[in-house]
Design a protein around this ligand. Sequence first.
Ligand code: ADP
Ligand code: SR1
Ligand code: MG
Ligand code: MG
Ligand code: MG
Length: 390
Amino acid sequence: MTMEGFRVLDEKSLREYIKATPSLASKLGNEVDNFKIKEVGDGNLNFVYIVISPSGSIVIKQAIPYVRCIGESWPMTKERSYFEATALKRQHEPPHIILRKGLIAGVEYPLLAEHMAEFMANTLFYTSLLYLTTTQHKSAVAEFCGNVELCRLTEQVVFSDPYKISEFNRWTSPYLDTDAEAVRNDKILKLEVAELKSKFCEKTQALIHGDLHTGSVMVTHESTQVIDPEFAFYGPMGFDIGAFIGNLFLAYFSQDGHVEQGNDRKTYKTWIMDTIADTWNLFYKKFTSLWDIHKEGPGEAYLHEIYNDLELRELVKQKYMMDLFHDSLGFAAAKMIRRIVGVAHVEDFESISDLVKRSDCERRALEFAKNLMKKRRNFNTIADVIAVAK
Ligand code: ADP
Ligand code: SR1
Ligand code: MG
Ligand code: MG
Ligand code: MG
């Protein structure tokens, strides 16, 4: 990581930077002395500025050389912005409100499951060996294999720290003290998380977003946009599907903490569960239909000469999708556990100010997640998973 020539932007220096950068100034109609700057970053890592002039607006995101929510004691490569920019070019550009905030407010998004299923099916299928030749796939893997520090951050905060004593871990204390200790002493859980960590580190299945929680999705009723792919690399598909579904489960378990007078959130909880089910089921449909469409295409995982048989193709598909389902459930569980006893928590729970209520919600989520991680291979359908969560 290089610090040479680096400075953290503030309003004044950003103003000078924009003035001196014609490609940015032109987007603001060159009204260089007439624009407003506001820092809106609410994430854990970076600073985000919205710059508005009467003739246009831009969003500027600065990756600083350390973890923002911790400080300079946790250095982090600023070159992560390269991977974010490269992945954005492959995917698409942002707008709208952060989904997590909508879920806390109890807003339903009728097209969310369909849009996320579509996003994941497209980004995962077209970057996998179901579509690419092994030559194309290897060069794509190589392009992203330098995103080491961001991967190492995930390895630490998702797959390691929650299962050991770490200065970074926290939980709603003292209420969850014994629950956090139970995670650290759970041998079966540690066996399972090791398997998931090994998949995360070793399985270059597709270009994954790498941080696909509900804070990386921006929504309106009609539209859904995915942002913040700075963790993108070739990894297991289930890590993205699990991140999204796991964070919807967190939203579900937090709802009892957001009950207001006249709104028990029962209907909303049902909507979240339906959205989880629809996300997986629609993903399954879209992903396998892409596979069918491209079965004679360039993808080298299952060569057409060998798998040109309907029954065999069905068998292969079922096995692939069941393995992916179990991976997704395992990663969903890991992503839930880290948000309750690890370093970075979620606003879904953090915004519940009554700590007894908050810890009750968190404990239910944690118990569900532990069970999900251990028993994931016993589930055949998403409906079975939801029945257990309920
Ligand atoms: P971090 O990597 O620190 O999580 P994000 O890319 O998620 O940073 O950006 C932090 C916040 O900035 C987002 O949660 C969102 O509120 C806001 N933001 C980011 N990109 C945009 C955008 N294109 N338009 C509007 N707001 C944005
Ligand atoms: C120090 S952990 C910070 C977390 O925020 C990012 O959005 C990732 O989820 C990362 O794990
Ligand atoms: Mg973010
Ligand atoms: Mg973030
Ligand atoms: Mg980020």
